[in-house]
Design a protein around this ligand. Structure first.
Ligand code: NAD
Length: 490
C-alpha cells in the first residue's frame, strides 16, 4: 500500500502551501471507509493566489520553445512511468477502483497522453498562403490562449488531470486545476513528483469543495478559458460563466451510450464488449455502454450467457490484483444506484442479475442487468453512473438507430456485428462523438473524444484540442513593394 501524507496542501507557484484560513476536508478510502488523509479546502483568496501565480508564469511560459515544452512533457511521462505502481495505489486507495485498472489504464494511458502531446507539437507547422492579387502573404500562427481554469471529476482523477494538463503545457498556457474533493490525492502526488521539471506557476492545484472554490474559480475574472469535465448540470453553469465573460469553454459531460448487439455479432466479442462497456470502473464512466440493445432473435440466449458472465465477476478489495470490480466512489452513490434499480423495477423492468449492494461492503454494487427495458423508461434515459446495464430488444437496423438516438446525450456507443456495411452505416447514423466497432471503452491518445448534444463541446485526447488551448493570429504582408494606389487622384 502506498504511503500517503497525513495531509495535503494546495500547490501554488511551485510550492505546497496551506489554505489561507487553514480549512481542511477529510479524505476517506471508499472501499474501507477508513480516513486516509486530509486536503485543503481552498478559499476565494487561495483561488486568487493561484490565478495570479498562473498569470505571472504565463508571461514567460508563453515564450518557451516547442522543444522545451515537448521535453517537459516527456520528462513528466517518464516520471509517471517510474512511479506507476505508487500512483496506481494512491488512485485505488482514493477512488476505490481496482488496481489492475489504475495501473494498466489510468496511469498507463496518462503516460501515453503526455508522450503523444510531446510528439504532436514537434510536428506542428502552422500554415501560410498567397492571397489578393498574388501579392499578399497570409501567415496563420497559433498562440497560447493564456490562463485556463480546469475542473475535473472523481471517476478518473489521474487520467482526467492528464487529459487537461498535457495540452495546457503543450500549448504554452498555464493552469489552475481543481480536482474533485472526493479524489484529489493522485494529482497532488503527481505535483510533488514533477514540481522540479515544471516552471513555477505553470500548473497550480486548488483542492476543496466544488460549491466553494470550484464556483469561485468558474467565475474568476482572471481566466482566459474554462475547461470542464463532469456532470451536464454543472457543465451547463460552467458554459454560462464562460459566456458571461466571453471566453471559450470546452465541456466533457455525461452520457447514456448505446451498445448495439446485432444477431450476426461474434457472440464472445459482444459479451466481452458489454462487460467492458458497463462494468469497467464500476460503471462510473461517462461513455459507459449503459443501454444495451440486443436484436430479437438472439436476445434470450444472449442475456442468459451475459448473466452467467456477470455472476462470475470478482468484486472486492480494489488493492487485490485479481479483483475485477471495486468500490463505488461512496455510500451515497451506491445507494443512488440501487434506487435506480428500484425505479426500473417499478417501471416494469426485470432484474436479470445483481441489483443489490454487494456482500463485499456497503459501497460495492453487484454487477447488474435490467432486462425487458424500454428506451423511454427513466433507467434508459438517465445516467445511473454505476454497474447497471439496461437490456432493450430491437427488431432491425432502422429501429435500433432511432432508439439509440432517442437520448439527450451523445458521447459514446458501439456496434457489434460481422457485417462491415451494417457496422459502418449504423456507426454513421448514431448521433454520438465516439462509436466503437466490435470493442468498447478504448480511449487511447491520438483519437478525438467528446460529445454530441448534451454530452459536451470540444474534443480531447487528440491534437485538435490544441485548437481550443490556442488562438489564431493572422499576419498579412504586402509583397508588392509599392503603395496600393487606392487614393491616388486620377
Ligand atoms: P460533478 O459535475 O459533480 O463535478 C465535477 C467537478 O466540478 C468536481 O471537481 C466538482 O468539485 C466541481 N464542481 C461541482 N460543483 C461546482 C460548481 N458549482 N462550480 C464549479 N465547480 C463545481 O461531476 P462528478 O460527479 O465529479 O463526475 C461525474 C460526471 O462526470 C458524470 O456525469 C460523468 O459522465 C462526467 N464525466 C464526463 C467525462 C467526459 O469526458 N465526457 C469524463 C468523466 C466524467
Amino acid at each position: 500500500m502506498a504511503n500517503l501524507q497525513s495531509s495535503y496542501d494546495l500547490f501554488i507557484d511551485g510550492a505546497f502551501i496551506k489554505a489561507e484560513n487553514g480549512a481542511v476536508l477529510d479524505v476517506f478510502n471508499p472501499a474501507t471507509g477508513e480516513k486516509i488523509s486530509q486536503i485543503a479546502d481552498a478559499s476565494e483568496a487561495d483561488v486568487d493566489r493561484a490565478v495570479a501565480s498562473a498569470r505571472k508564469a504565463f508571461e514567460s511560459f508563453r515564450h518557451t520553445t516547442t522543444a522545451t515544452r515537448s521535453e517537459i512533457l516527456l520528462k513528466i511521462a517518464d516520471i509517471i512511468e517510474q512511479n506507476a505502481q505508487f500512483l496506481a495505489e494512491v488512485e485505488t486507495m482514493d477512488n476505490g477502483k481496482p488496481i489492475r485498472e489504475t495501473l494498466n489504464v489510468d496511469v498507463a494511458l496518462s503516460v501515453e497522453h503526455f508522450r503523444y502531446f510531446a510528439g504532436v507539437i514537434m510536428g506542428e507547422e502552422g500554415s501560410s498562403n498567397i492571397l489578393g492579387n498574388n501579392n499578399l502573404l497570409s501567415i496563420v500562427l497559433r498562440e497560447p490562449i493564456g490562463v485556463v481554469g480546469q475542473i475535473i471529476p472523481w471517476n478518473f482523477p489521474f487520467l482526467m488531470a492528464a487529459w487537461k494538463l498535457a495540452p495546457v503545457i503543450a500549448a504554452g498556457d498555464t493552469s489552475v486545476l481543481k480536482p474533485s474533493s472526493e479524489t484529489s490525492l493522485s494529482v497532488l502526488e503527481l505535483m510533488r513528483l514533477i514540481k522540479d521539471v515544471l516552471p513555477k506557476g505553470v500548473v497550480n492545484v486548488i483542492t476543496g469543495r466544488g460549491s466553494k472554490s470550484g464556483e469561485y474559480l468558474k467565475n474568476h475574472e482572471g481566466l482566459d478559458k474554462l475547461a470542464f469535465t463532469g456532470s451536464t448540470t454543472v457543465g451547463r453553469d460552467v458554459g454560462l460563466a464562460a459566456a458571461k465573460r466571453i471566453i471559450p469553454v470546452t465541456l466533457e459531460l455525461g452520457g447514456k451510450s448505446a451498445n448495439i448487439i446485432y444477431a450476426d455479432a461474434d457472440i464472445q466479442k459482444a459479451l466481452d464488449g458489454v462487460m467492458l462497456g458497463i462494468l469497467f470502473n464500476q460503471g462510473q464512466v461517462c461513455c459507459a455502454g449503459s443501454r444495451i440493445f440486443v436484436q430479437d432473435e438472439i436476445y434470450d440466449k444472449f442475456v442468459e450467457k451475459l448473466v452467467a458472465k456477470f455472476k462470475s465477476v470478482k468484486v472486492g478489495n480494489p488493492l487485490d490484483p485479481s479483483t475485477q470490480m471495486g468500490s463505488q466512489i461512496n455510500e451515497k452513490q451506491a445507494k443512488k444506484i440501487i434506487e435506480y434499480v428500484e425505479i426500473g423495477v417499478k417501471e416494469g423492468a426485470k432484474i436479470a442479475v445483481g441489483g443489490k449492494i454487494s456482500s463485499a461492503g456497503k459501497t460495492f454494487v453487484e454487477p447488474t442487468l435490467l432486462s425487458e427495458v424500454r428506451n423511454d423508461m427513466c433507467v434508459a434515459q438517465e445516467e445511473i453512473f454505476g454497474p447497471v446495464g439496461v437490456l432493450i430488444r430491437f427488431k432491425d437496423e432502422a429501429e435500433v438507430i432511432k432508439l439509440a438516438n432517442d437520448s439527450k446525450y451523445g458521447l459514446g456507443g458501439a456496434v457489434f456485428t460481422r457485417d462491415i456495411n451494417k457496422a459502418l452505416n449504423t456507426a454513421r447514423a448514431m448521433e454520438t462523438g465516439r462509436v466503437w466497432i466490435n470493442t468498447y471503452n478504448q480511449i487511447p491518445a491520438g483519437a478525438p473524444f467528446g460529445g454530441y448534444k448534451e454530452s459536451g463541446i470540444g474534443r480531447e485526447t487528440h491534437k485538435m484540442i490544441l485548437n481550443h488551448y490556442t488562438q489564431v493570429k493572422n499576419i498579412m504582408i504586402d509583397l508588392s513593394g509599392k503603395p496600393s494606389g487606392f487614393y491616388e487622384v486620377k
